[in-house]
Write a protein that binds this ligand. Sequence first.
Ligand code: ATP
Ligand code: MG
Length: 215
Amino acid sequence: MAITIALSKGRIFEETLPLLDEAAIQPTDDPETSRKLIIATSRPDVRLIIVRASDVPTYVRHGAADLGIAGRDVLMEHDTAGLYMPVDLAIARCRMMVACRDDFDYEAHTRRGARLRVATKYIQTAREHFAAKGMHVDLIKLYGSMELAPLTGLSDAIVDLVSSGNTLKANRLRAVEEIAAISSRLIINRAALKLKRAEVQPLIDTFSRSAGSGT
Ligand code: ATP
Ligand code: MG
């Protein structure tokens, strides 16, 4: 039976290529240069669909894709019921952090229990993090460039992904708390796992081995 794998372009696609290669799957187009959203592969029974990173779990949950690769940041914001998530692929690694202006006294605000305005794309994750700390926060939903929020007075702090920290530094921001270590997982539609086991299981096995060996 044919298999559809949902991927986002950019970082996740790049870092998934070596894993696909281990399974003898080579895409016939490069999503960075092609406008195709459905990409055939060297295996006639496997195709890739290119979707927005935050849409990957939706395609897999509804069975429009059998498998997908999604960051933990995305999965934390989604209802993952109906998804089987067997392998941490250890790719696209970064950290979910709270950050603020480097001249903002975050610690004092935390102690005083004052309200904190937090801008983020990750509303669910931020809400749970601050609730667990017993902090009162006003959450402001953004879709990108979170770094701008504290610089313009839109918010006191942000919740965002950080890897090198260079973007924070360049904008005079500092990370003040780590919320979670982030990497990407293989996610699988539960019905596909049953109905297409013969095709899906070898992929799980290959991806697990590659992830384990750090390639
Ligand atoms: P878009 O950039 O199109 O708005 P996006 O931010 O969701 O969408 P990417 O920036 O390609 O898409 O990120 C895709 C995934 O890669 C994220 O969900 C996250 O898991 C991971 N990621 C994001 N930023 C980093 C980073 N700086 N270092 C490592 N991994 C990251
Ligand atoms: Mg991005």
